[in-house]
Design a protein around this ligand. Sequence first.
Ligand SMILES: [Zn+2]
Length: 266
Amino acid sequence: MKGAKGLIAQPAHYLLRFDDLCPAVSRERWRRCRALIEEFQIRPILAVVADNQDAELQVSPPDPEFWSRIREMESAGAAIGLHGYRHLCVSRGRSLVPLSRVSEFAGVAAEIQREWIREGLHILRSRGLDPKIWVAPRHGFDQNTLHALRAEGMLFVSDGFTRRPFLRDELVWIPQQLWAPVKKVSGLWTICVHANTASDTEIAGLRSFLCHHAKQFTSLERALEDFPPGNLSIAEKISAKCALWQIRASRAKGDLWNHSRRCARI
Ligand SMILES: [Zn+2]
């Protein structure tokens, strides 16, 4: 959706992305997220962990209906994301999107990454799903990850801080910039919701935003039609870098605040 003079036309479009989905996802919180998706007929990205081994994501007893529900949601228009292999974030390699100190993929040997991605895709496909987009746990991935994705036929990456999809390293990047709804004027904005930790207040905030802006919520497929991906201009690259620095700075401030509160309690 590009207007005259190459400007990104209004209004803003939003994509919803739900992370950390696996059979042991918090049943109650995920039920509330699904209710919103159904009520507003949203076609989100569902970021599914292929073979979850991360204890932090094991919140409820495994739901025997988890996979059939995800299949139904895919049939209704959701796009399936491969959210890592086992979600075990123990590598300290530097990511192309450096937001976290630890990662499942960044820094891991190329052949192991290739094996994990191949196996992850195989698991999701064996569940009857058609994974389309890479969603890295903790934004952690490097050039070897991109190489493995290309080799396994994955074309899309959900990450980055631009205002529109773009091409980089022969892959299409769909930016993901928000962790809560924020009203924007133009561009494509992906809002990431963590299904295990979304609080009642956050779900209520999302519902209220959807009440006003449901028509601006799009799907992966539609977003690619409305915002044909191209190479980024220098100005767009600089603006994306600034956005990344701002997020890192605000997270560091949050960490410092939490640390000082912990120290005050000791
Ligand atoms: Zn995750």
